[in-house]
Design a protein around this ligand. Structure first.
Ligand code: CS2
Length: 489
């Protein structure tokens, strides 16, 4: 990118990037990382004269070749296009990714980088499903073929667990403490990262366990910024309006939030100076975000998909869906969040509806529904379990799960094909077909639903919703659910 030329039109890094060294290795350089951590860090490099907190971005999967090549070609630079609520586009070139690596091509280079003394933090956005946690066994999934591969090829691993273990082994030899920070949408994301990594380490390098316990921290964090997939139109509009030839800009909403547990073993950037919050306990923030924002997305995504919508704003402006969402949030989620200190939940929910309703974002329903098998257990099912425990209503959540079962058959209510992107797509479709005879069959997927099939209350609520949608369609069912909840409120 010719920054000098581009800088006449949009904001560009004014700090000397050649002086900035990577202090962070980040794994997973997709849109979210580039709209969030890299954005905060860019602002920090702007506002202060620190030079040791640049980011080395690592593409871990074969499938990440394109983003790696693009960033390499653009010297790590890319444009962030913020779609304001009034339609204005705020554009800014982000410069905090100062190095890039492609792990499949050179695994040793990545391990050595992670192990090097300048690196103080390894951050991760490896998706909800990337932690290799099995809901049925509530433990690390050693059966995963990728994990089996890593167990046999420790020096050329494929999974994050293989990489981290090798890097930590080297760090132990050199006495170099470090922080591993998950930035994925998982409750207790740091705790889960530690638990899963320790399970792997126990099998491969058990003598590392005590050292990791004493020298590696895993702060929990809540991350937030809606970042749709970049569309070809986003790319051509950017080019037409600013003359920038960016092969992969990132588009996102104006809102951003980052709440981090302050537990860093080897120092950290002063991200609080650019808006991040460091707190002792992230739990309330995570719980609120996952059960309201992410679950809200899932509700809009699955119901919207069945209705034939293709973007989230389309689903929000559908009156039956938005009433349903509001009732779900108020009547089923909010009662489980009563222990949140210092948060105005009403305001939070109000803001969410505005964020979801941003018509310029065009956030794709396909993006939201992708990998739902990893999302439901984190976003929706904790609410179900908490409601069952307090004998509260689960009718709305049950309808969303039932809608997902019908969605898994692959057609919307206009009989158009749905594009299902899920590692479990085949299994989901199979159970969904069995559910036509007996709806409860869908809940037999233990790696998603755990023991939920043993709850009579939930099975009944689910079956009722399933039959209603199958017989009367989604709109009619939503109307019936909304009406009955409004009557009781
Ligand atoms: C979304 C998230 O993937 C999803 O289902 O809910 O990507 C969401 O947009 C982000 O977590 C927002 O912070």
């Amino acid at each position: 990118m010719n920054l000098a030329k581009v800088a006449k039109k949009i904001s560009c890094p004014t700090y000397d990037r050649s002086k900035v060294k990577a202090g962070i290795v980040h794994v997973g350089i997709g849109g979210f990382h580039r709209a969030h951590e890299a954005f905060y860090t860019d602002q920090l490099l702007h506002d202060t004269n620190v030079t040791d907190w640049g980011i080395c971005g690592v593409a871990l999967l074969d499938f990440d070749t394109k983003i790696y090549n693009t960033l390499k070609e653009q010297d790590g630079l890319y444009t962030l296009v913020i779609k304001e609520l009034d339609g204005t586009l705020t554009k800014r070139v982000i410069g905090s990714i100062v190095e890039c690596m492609y792990a499949p091509e050179n695994p040793v280079q990545v391990i050595e980088k992670m192990a090097s003394p300048e690196i103080k933090i390894i951050t991760l956005t490896i998706t909800e499903g990337g932690y290799n946690y099995n809901e049925a066994t509530e433990a690390f999934d050693y059966e995963n073929p990728q994990i089996q591969y890593d167990l046999e090829h420790p020096d050329a691993p494929k999974t994050i667990f293989g990489y981290l273990t090798q890097a930590l082994k080297r760090r132990k030899e050199n006495g170099l403490a470090i922080t591993i920070q998950s930035c994925d949408n998982i409750k207790g994301n740091g705790d889960l990262t530690k638990r899963m990594l320790m399970s792997y380490v126990e099998k491969t390098e058990p003598e590392l366990i005590a050292w990791i316990d004493a020298n590696v921290s895993f702060p929990n964090s809540m991350v937030d910024r809606i970042t749709p997939a970049t569309s070809p139109v986003d790319i051509s509009n950017l080019n037409a309006s600013s003359g920038i030839d960016d092969a992969w800009p990132v588009v996102c909403e104006p809102f951003h939030q980052w709440v981090i547990e302050d537990d860093f073993k080897a120092g950290r950037p002063a991200w609080e100076t650019v808006g991040a919050q460091f707190v002792e306990d992230v739990d309330p923030y995570e719980k609120m975000k996952l059960t309201l924002l992410n679950a809200g997305h899932t509700v809009l995504g699955v119901l919207g998909a069945l209705r034939g919508c293709s973007t989230i704003d389309e689903a929000v402006y559908n009156p039956e869906i938005s009433t349903f969402l509001r009732l779900y949030m108020d009547q089923e989620v909010t009662p489980t969040l009563s222990d949140l200190d210092g948060v105005d939940l009403d305001k939070y929910k109000e803001t969410l509806l505005h964020r979801f309703g941003n018509v310029y974002m065009k956030d794709q329903i396909d993006r939201i529904c992708s990998e739902s098998s990893a999302k439901f257990p984190i976003f929706v099912l904790p609410t179900v379990n908490a409601q069952l425990a307090r004998q509260g209503s689960v009718d709305f959540a049950a309808l969303v799960v039932a809608a997902w079962a019908i969605y898994s058959l692959g057609k919307d209510e206009n009989h158009d094909d749905l594009l299902i992107k899920d590692v479990m797509a085949k299994t989901l479709a199979k159970q969904a077909r069995l559910a036509k005879e007996d709806p409860a069959k869908f809940l037999e997927l233990e790696s998603i639903f755990g023991k939920l099939k043993t709850s009579e209350t939930f099975v009944n609520a689910f079956s009722k919703a399933y039959n209603a949608i199958s017989e009367n369609g989604i709109v009619h069912s939503l109307k019936a659910w909304n009406k009955s909840a409004l009557k009781h409120s």
